[in-house]
Design a binder for this molecule. Structure first.
Ligand code: SAH
Ligand code: SF4
Ligand code: F3S
Length: 468
């Protein structure tokens, strides 16, 4: 079995020394330097950005949330759909103006888009003011790459396809003091035929369990109350480690860590989920009663074309097994409408699946061809208008279902983590299952668990008041 390569800790210490060198360079110019880290895409990218901020803080940067006036802009990009790429290119384009007003501004681009050759090429040719580009596998080398840019003055492109590794010991500046992301693995081996992730993030590699447990212990001690374990397919955690462990085992270990926190995780691939995981979830009191279990399509024929490795029937059987063990489970999912060759009958099977499962919430996407994936080349005869009509129908029906499920909360009392304050003056909170609650209460409640009586519900959220 292939062992996951780990970056030598001495290498990370070297990167930290580069941070200190950059700090010394920046200190030669007056004033506090500020950086804007602009994150697109999934939670994995959010987690990566917290490490990039960790490096930047070590270099002496403070943080801002706008490109205007920033000394360094770092765009951590997403390539999952065309729309995501358009947004990034639009925003990179706009940076030419901010850079003109602030000529010393450093512009860096990283993340999943950076690993695509056509993107790197376009950045080289059409965006000469972008200073540094690096792919997700080279995140740990950010200080070295930035120092190279600063000392040579030349643009740096580190976008080659290098094998991924696991790097420990990168500093981290977290966005929240309540909720934390913990990546437990990187990359993906599944090659769903529509998906770009395995190409840009490389093969699956797991962190050593002791590193994950140490991080969670630290978070629990620091008072974090909501910890989300991240991976493209957390259910295959550990398969590359050559140890007798799996994801359910990891949940049990984390559950045993003292502290008043909830454990969430995403994403679970149905092909690797089953009774062993569901039993562990049911037995671990800290594991939130919530599962994000993407189904992608209700048609077994389309699932085969997507290389998902389960059938409609298999998926529905999983949902039954899950609900038999955890009846109150909050179930969410992803679905793609208009995969190449999807017929109207296939789509009706997706409609009937959401009717049968009744998800609490659903993330709906129209198929977006990604360069270099098998699905890009498949014949795609369904007209755009029909796809978007189907998409609207699915969305509308799911909204009704979500609204109905939310209304069932009215009159109930739920333990919620109060996590912030919205612009409307109401506080925001989350049920254990992860549903959003708008709460009329004193801002002093933020950061605490509260019993909340649900008084109203909409498609998207619940509304409530303190029950004490
Ligand atoms: N690893 C996760 C998914 C990560 S991508 C999993 O397997 O569940 C998040 C979602 O984006 C996917 O679940 C899928 O529904 C959607 N998606 C991925 N590629 C897409 C594409 N080319 N077009 C449209 N939606 C896509
Ligand atoms: Fe993409 Fe499939 Fe991997 Fe998820 S499991 S990241 S959808 S290839
Ligand atoms: Fe996007 Fe990369 Fe995540 S493509 S969805 S940021 S893994």
């Amino acid at each position: 079995m292939r062992q996951t390569p780990t970056i030598d800790p001495a290498e990370i210490r070297r990167q930290l020394a580069f941070c200190d060198q950059i700090r010394a360079l920046l200190d030669q110019r007056p004033g506090q330097k500020v950086a804007f880290v602009d994150t697109y895409g999934c939670q994995q990218n959010e987690a990566d950005s917290e490490r990039l901020r960790g490096y930047l803080a070590r270099m002496g940067y403070a943080f801002t949330d706008t490109e205007e006036g920033a000394d360094l802009v770092l765009m951590n990009t997403c390539a999952i759909r065309e729309h995501a790429e358009h947004r990034v290119f639009g925003n990179v384009g706009a940076l030419s103006h901010t850079k003109r007003r602030h000529p010393g501004q450093l512009i860096c681009l990283c993340g999943c888009m950076a690993r695509q050759d056509h993107v790197a090429q376009r950045l080289r040719q059409s965006f000469p003011y972008v200073d540094l580009v690096f792919g997700p596998q080279l995140l740990w080398q950010f200080p070295q790459l930035l120092l190279e840019k600063l000392t040579t003055g030349k643009r740096v492109f580190a976008t080659d396809d290098v094998p991924g590794a696991v790097a420990e010991g990168i500093p981290v500046v977290r966005q929240s003091t309540l909720k934390a992301w913990v990546s437990i693995m990187y990359g993906c081996n599944n090659f769903c035929t529509y998906c770009i992730v395995p190409y840009v993030r490389g093969r699956e590699r797991s962190r050593q369990p002791e590193d994950i447990l140490a991080e969670v212990r630290q978070l629990a001690q620091a008072g974090y109350k909501d910890i989300t374990l991240l991976g493209q397919n957390v259910n295959s955690y550990g398969k590359d480690l050559g140890l007798e462990i799996d994801f359910a085992w990891l949940l049990e270990q984390i559950n045993a860590i003292p502290g008043d926190f909830l454990i969430r995780f995403m994403t679970s691939h149905p092909k690797d989920a089953g009774p062993r995981l569901f039993d562990a979830m049911a037995a671990c009191e800290k594991v939130a009663p919530a599962l994000h279990l993407p189904f992608q399509s209700g048609s077994s024929r389309v699932l085969r074309a997507m290389n998902r490795k389960y059938t409609r029937e298999g998926y529905l059987a999983l949902v039954d097994q899950l609900r038999a063990r955890i009846p109150e489970i909050v179930l969410t999912s992803d679905v793609i409408v208009g995969f190449p060759g999807e017929t109207q009958e296939d789509f009706e099977e997706t409609m009937s699946l959401i009717e049968q499962v009744r998800y609490d919430a659903l993330f709906t996407f129209i198929f977006s061809p990604r360069r270099g994936t098998p699905a890009e080349k498949l014949p795609d005869p369904m007209p755009k208008e029909q796809k978007s009509a189907n998409f609207q129908r699915l969305l509308q029906r799911q909204n009704e279902i979500s609204g109905e499920k939310h209304r069932q909360y009215i009159g109930k009392t739920c333990r919620c983590l109060v996590d912030g304050q919205g612009s409307d003056g109401l506080l925001t909170a989350r049920t254990a299952g992860g549903r959003l609650v708008h709460l009329a209460a004193d801002p002093g409640c933020v950061g605490t668990w509260r019993q909340v009586r649900i008084t109203e519900a909409s498609t998207w959220a619940l509304f409530g008041e303190l029950a004490e």
